[in-house]
Write a protein that binds this ligand. Structure first.
Ligand code: PMP
Length: 432
């Protein structure tokens, strides 16, 4: 609409050229509620994107905002001076931590972004092992700071910033569709490569410090690794005495229908990163959660001004409580099944829909052309159609050919149905 266009033009004049605006359909938002958001021209959208999977309890969640308002009136920030808010959130994270991390965890809040949590996890792994080598995966996304870019498995995000951390090796992430292998063969291949990084004297890392992996790849295309992969990594990490680090920044806090995506496989990491949804309805907060055995840092060994953001911490605790009280994990599992079911139905007999996957409300739909090659133009057309018809969706994947859905966990069945009607029509329009 005209107001959106005006805002976009004004902002472009002053904003960094690094900002990636939605070029085809300029839209600017002014108000969100639950799983819907309204633009400055008065159009309402169903938000199946949630600010890259941040708004798990919805826009303007009143239970979270109530605590935010009260806290903001009292105290916003104290760095490391003790607060009830910080202790409460650490205890809450301990309660929902997976496996034996629960009851034994330590948390470091290093800063507001996911990248901050990744940097802390890299430092923690190096500090504890006195190693330098990092094992990471192709297709991974871990953030925009130098350490996080180093373990990111996508050259697009590394630009000309090299040299980054040099002691990094990327192994294949088991995506059966991309590899053209069975799920079992994909896992076997990926694990062999990881093992070789540790064991093959003709290559790999001389002095490994840790394995860094998303338990479900987000930016890489909503890739759910087949069964056995995470356990295989757990075994390699144990055999070689390095920490296994799960990046749950996109997959965690209920997104997958469990608190943590790792719980689908019952595999517990030594270190876990969280951000995005952690700060409630969009407050910046990230955390590195790790087993107390790794708590060897001396005071001051890792610093950060924003590790005492009291308002964001209150929002975080309230968010976890809200998910618990409304049983949103079960809701995410059920609604995710419904969404994938609708997409699979749409894909039946449609050769352009190569794969529908995900867990909970972390959903991907991969498009190919008539020859079976990645079709980013289909994903683009689906996204444009959805925007034009009031549904916000995003993309992901090596080739930008995966439709990615990350709706708030509070999405209702009615809204999900309406959104899927539009998405199914979009797929039809884009592929016929
Ligand atoms: N890790 C993962 C898995 C992510 O999806 C992202 C953000 N998309 C990050 C790390 C980086 O988080 P941030 O953008 O907050 O630095």
């Amino acid at each position: 609409g005209p107001n959106s266009r005006r805002l976009l033009e004004r902002q472009r004049e002053v904003d960094s050229s690094a900002v990636a605006y939605p070029e085809d359909i300029p839209v600017a938002f002014e108000e969100g509620k639950g799983a819907t958001v309204r633009d400055v021209d008065g159009n309402t959208y169903i938000d199946m994107f949630a600010g890259i999977g941040v708004l798990n309890v919805g826009h303007a969640n009143p239970y979270v905002l109530d605590a935010v308002h009260k806290q903001a009136d009292k105290l916003v920030h104290t760095v490391d001076f003790p607060t009830e808010a910080r202790i409460e959130l650490i205890e809450k994270l301990d309660e929902i931590a997976p496996g034996d991390l629960s009851g034994n965890n330590r948390v470091v809040f290093g800063g507001p972004t996911g990248s901050d949590a990744i940097e802390a996890s890299i430092k923690l792994a190096k500090y504890n092992t006195e190693g330098s080598g990092l094992v990471a995966f192709r297709g991974a996304y871990h953030g925009a700071t130098s350490g996080a870019m180093s373990i990111t498995g996508n050259k697009k995000f590394k630009g000309n910033y090299t040299p980054l951390l040099s002691d990094v090796v990327h192994a294949p992430y088991p995506n059966p569709v991309e590899m053209g292998k069975s799920p079992e063969a994909a896992v076997e291949h990926a694990l062999e490569e990881v093992q070789a990084i540790f064991e093959d004297p003709y290559g790999g890392l001389a002095n490994p410090a840790g394995i860094f992996v998303e338990p479900i790849q987000g930016e890489g295309g909503v890739v759910v690794p087949p069964k056995g992969f995470l356990q295989g990594l757990r075994d390699v990490a144990d055999d070689h005495g390095v920490p296994l680090v799960f990046d749950e920044i996109q997959s965690g806090l209920g997104r997958s229908g469990q608190w943590w995506a790792s719980e689908w496989e019952g595999v517990t990491p030594d270190v876990m990163t969280s951000a995005k949804a952690l700060g409630g309805t969009g407050f910046p907060l990230s955390a590195t959660i790790y087993h107390e055995d790794l708590d060897t840092w001396d005071a001051g060994d890792h610093a950060g001004t924003y590790r005492g953001h009291v308002v964001a911490m209150r929002a975080g605790t309230r968010t976890i409580e809200y998910i618990q009280e409304h049983d949103l994990l079960a809701h995410a599992r059920d609604l995710g099944e419904y969404i994938r079911g609708r997409l699979r139905e749409a894909g039946e007999g449609n050769p352009h829909v190569a794969d529908v996957r995900g867990r909970g409300l972390f959903v991907g739909c991969e498009f190919v052309d008539a020859e079976g090659n990645p079709a980013d133009d289909v994903a683009d057309a689906v996204q444009d159609y959805c925007f034009e018809h009031g549904v916000l969706v995003w993309k992901a994947g090596r080739h930008g050919n995966v439709l990615r859905l990350l709706p708030p966990l509070v999405l209702t069945e009615e809204l999900a149905e309406t959104a899927l009607d539009v998405i199914v029509d979009a797929i039809e329009a884009a592929t016929t």
